[in-house]
Design a protein around this ligand. Structure first.
Ligand SMILES: Nc1ncnc2c1ncn2[C@@H]1O[C@H](COP(=O)(O)OP(=O)(O)OP(=O)(O)O)[C@@H](O)[C@H]1O
Length: 249
């Protein structure tokens, strides 16, 4: 019998409708059911406006669906009030964005330790330094963001996202602001976190080369799941599939 990994994030018939009262409503997600298995790397792609960011925001508890159910690490987000949802996001979910969102006045080590301080925990410099070492930046702990390259800043942001040992790491265009060599470094790091630490990663991207680092590709179109690819993902095949979807839109 094969041992199928459990889904760390589950979306059950998730629909998200924006607006309504004033303007005409927009259905950003339309009855989406998807699971993100533990220790896997999923890329989410689709034409502009297909619902990628909305899916990520609903899956991460940053936004609430209009209908359907989101379960993160076994907890149904629909049953949580705002305080409990904030706590779950802080403890169980990590975020990495295109604009690294580091605090410019703080050193790399202080940026990495920030989620622990925000959670009211005692600062643990050794833990922050270990997280920086994990992303290959042990030597840069005392540097401020302006003294680091874009790729290094993104690696600090990844270390910061992982300091709480989240069940899932969401990355929204993490290489959008990086050149191709630095992008490869950051993507290689995400890949290694999945392979060596069984980290679950969900990444929204427009770049087929970035998506090829994932184990699985979830394709969206018009707010619906339009297909999946898995196995040995190839950037050219991904680009072709995406072009086909865009033509159909
Ligand atoms: N706050 C909002 N209010 C109204 N409509 C919204 C809001 N956020 C998103 N939408 C609409 O929902 C749809 C899906 O948007 P979303 O940002 O999820 O798509 P996306 O695939 O991430 O797009 P892109 O690749 O351009 O970033 C779009 O039609 C968008 O205009």
């Amino acid at each position: 019998m094969t041992n199928t990994p459990r889904d760390v994030v589950e979306l059950w018939s998730v629909t998200k409708v924006y607006g309504g009262a004033g303007g005409s409503p927009v259905t950003a997600l339309d009855n989406v059911t998807a699971g993100f298995p533990e220790g896997t790397f999923t890329a989410v792609m689709g034409p502009s406006g297909s619902g990628k960011s909305t899916l990520m925001h609903c899956a991460a508890g940053l936004d609430r669906p209009t209908d359907g159910k989101v379960i993160v690490a076994g907890t149904d987000l629909g049953g949580l009030d705002e305080t409990a949802l904030t706590l779950l996001r802080r403890e169980r979910v990590g975020f990495v964005f295109q604009a690294f969102n580091l605090v410019s006045a703080l050193t790399a080590e202080q940026n990495v330790a920030l989620p622990l301080r925000l959670a009211g925990r005692r600062p643990e410099p050794a833990r922050a330094r270990a997280a920086l070492a994990e992303v290959g930046l042990a030597e840069r702990a005392g540097h401020r963001p302006s003294e680091l390259s874009g790729g290094q800043q993104q690696r600090v942001a990844i270390a910061r996202a992982l300091i709480t040992r989240p069940a899932v790491l969401f990355a929204d265009e993490p290489t959008g602001a990086l050149d191709s060599r630095t992008s490869r470094e950051v993507l290689g790091l995400l890949r290694r976190l999945v392979d060596e630490h069984r980290q679950t990663v969900v990444m929204v991207t427009h770049d087929p080369v970035a998506a090829a680092y994932a184990d699985r590709l979830l394709l969206l179109a018009d707010g619906r799941v339009a297909g999946e690819m898995s196995g040995d993902l190839d950037a050219e095949a991904i680009a072709a599939r995406l072009a086909h979807l865009e033509d159909a839109c």
